[in-house]
Design a binder for this molecule. Structure first.
Ligand code: FAD
Length: 484
């Protein structure tokens, strides 16, 4: 990539320590040829006003800070990072990319499992500094897309409002929502994207779109919007009355062998199907240790939850019932690690029930319990996520599959990676061979073979059409962005 040259950047002003701020560079006039006026279609250097955008290169101190991603396993070095502070800043960033003829990736919370919010050689449009929130009324809130979950919860919870979203503090609300988004409240209120009512989007040509209601673009961003065809700068969400308390139940089992772990999993599947919509559960097999988590926030459903908990406790080594805590306090206990880690996580399939994995689960469990550091987790989603009217307004294709699984592994030193990632891939291959091919877009695996259909199913053609409409030059791209 060539550096700025004198002709392109005749009025380039370098502000020490904060990168390049270009005030006014290009000849914006139309070219005169004889008596006719022809539109000059040559890309122009956009005006980069410092209140709206700053562009950094590798030598800048700010570049180093902005290049950090949550997954330390994936190190990439973009040519430029455009830190944007407004929709206008994002427009300028897109025009800068067109002018420099580089590809674009979008970054918000930086939690992509596979580093899809960074790139080598291209431009990162970084919206993480855009954090304004504004209430439209007592239940609808406009959120700029740089907000992370804990910032959003700090705004919602004091007003006794919730959004059915994830639990980890530093995950970006935009990356999460654009791929679907689920958490403790999803079985009652749907996916996070189901509460998305309006967006502002900058397309691959730098045009601004305000989308609301039955817009096809809004629909495409509800499950298919991650770094595919535009940069979403604002989101408007409907919110819900927060529950008065939140309670967690846990069952633990130790030193498991394959047979016992499988029996526990089978029983958990059967019981989890009977949980009320106010309840979420996760089966977390970490090596030979199993934790089953059940949560609830509705007193009227407590008897049903206790029935499941007591049945699981009987076949576990230990059970604990947490106290009923105020929601803000309880949610903080699930905020998780907030600094970058070495890890490989990915979806391991979305299933209807245990029968879908029965034929391969012995091999999977065997591998997990013989590989310390590997985690196999299944989560309950389902409930009201599987609602026809919600499906109609989104592109999330897997609503009929209430069990969402994931593989996880974390390590401290790069030398530990190979052993874990090899075992990880063996499990993924086993699931694939068994026909498990439906996956959650927000838990990507770079090795998924048919990832477009795995993530988007029947909605793929619709998404390809939107890609063609909004980003015909495929300016916005990462290794698993939609291709036409
Ligand atoms: C520790 C951890 C916990 C998690 N917990 C949950 C959970 O509870 N529930 C759940 O559903 N998911 C969860 N996830 C997955 C999470 O939803 C995805 O990783 C999500 O894509 C992260 O979004 P981000 O903005 O933080 O990441 P980024 O890396 O910034 O972005 C992720 C993807 O979205 C795109 N993108 C981000 N912002 C925009 C935008 N404004 N416009 C267009 N494209 C954009 C990026 O280009 C990239 O492709 C978790 C992930 C981690 C690492």
């Amino acid at each position: 990539m060539s550096k700025y040259n004198r002709r392109d950047f005749s009025k380039l002003i370098i502000l020490g320590g904060i990168g390049y701020t270009i005030w006014s560079c290009a000849n914006d006039k139309k070219e005169q040829k004889g008596n006719t006026t022809e539109e000059d279609t040559t890309p122009k250097m956009p005006e980069l006003l410092p209140d709206h955008i700053k562009i950094y290169e590798k030598a800048d101190a700010a570049y180093q800070e902005l290049a950090v991603r949550f997954n330390k396993r994936i190190q990439q070095a973009p040519t430029f990072i455009a830190q944007c502070f407004s929709t206008e800043g994002v427009v300028a960033a897109m025009k800068f990319a067109i002018f420099k003829d580089v590809k674009v990736v979008v970054k918000s919370g930086g939690h992509s499992f596979e580093g899809f919010s960074s790139t080598n050689n291209g431009l990162v449009i970084d919206v993480s500094a855009m954090k304004k929130m504004q209430w439209n009324n007592d239940h609808s809130i406009m959120v700029e897309t740089g907000c992370v979950l804990k910032e959003l919860y700090d705004e919602l919870l004091p007003k006794q409002r919730i959004l059915p979203s994830g639990s980890c503090a530093t995950v970006g609300i935009s990356g999460l929502t654009l791929g679907g988004g689920y958490g403790f409240f999803s079985r009652k209120y749907g996916l996070t994207c189901d509460s998305l009512e309006a967006i502002t989007l900058v397309d691959g040509n730098g045009n601004i779109h305000e989308e609301i209601g039955k817009s096809a673009i809004l629909k495409a961003c509800k499950g298919g919007g991650n770094g595919n065809f535009g940069v979403i700068t604002k989101m408007e969400f409907r919110t819900y009355q927060a529950p008065k308390y939140f309670q967690a139940f846990r069952c633990k089992s130790y030193k498991l062998d394959t047979k016992r772990a499988k029996n526990l999993l089978k029983t958990w599947f059967e019981l989890a199907e009977t949980l009320p919509k106010s309840s979420f559960s996760a089966f977390v097999l970490n090596g030979k240790t199993l934790t089953i988590l059940i949560t609830n926030y509705d007193e009227r459903a407590e008897a049903d939850v206790l029935k499941v908990y007591n049945a699981l406790k009987k076949i576990s080594n230990k059970g604990t019932i947490g106290s009923k805590r105020a929601l803000p306090t309880a949610l903080k206990t699930f905020y998780g690690v907030q600094h970058p880690l070495y890890f490989k996580n990915a979806c391991a399939g979305l299933y209807k029930d245990f029968s879908e994995i029965e034929g391969c689960i012995d091999d999977v469990i065997e591998k997990v319990i013989s590989t310390s550091g590997l985690i196999y987790q299944v989560n309950t989603v389902g409930g009201n996520v599987n609602t026809k009217s919600l499906e109609k307004r989104s592109v999330f294709p897997h609503r009929g599959l209430p069990f969402w699984s994931e593989l996880q592994s974390y390590w401290e030193k790069p030398t530990q990676e190979e052993r874990l990632v090899t075992a990880f891939q063996e499990i993924q291959q086993r699931f694939y061979d068994h026909g498990i091919r439906k996956h959650y877009r927000n838990y990507p695996d770079i090795n998924f073979k048919d990832w477009q259909t795995a993530y988007y199913g029947k909605y793929l053609p619709e998404l390809q059409q939107i890609k063609q409409q909004l980003d015909p030059d495929n300016r916005i791209q990462h290794p698993q962005s939609i291709t036409v």
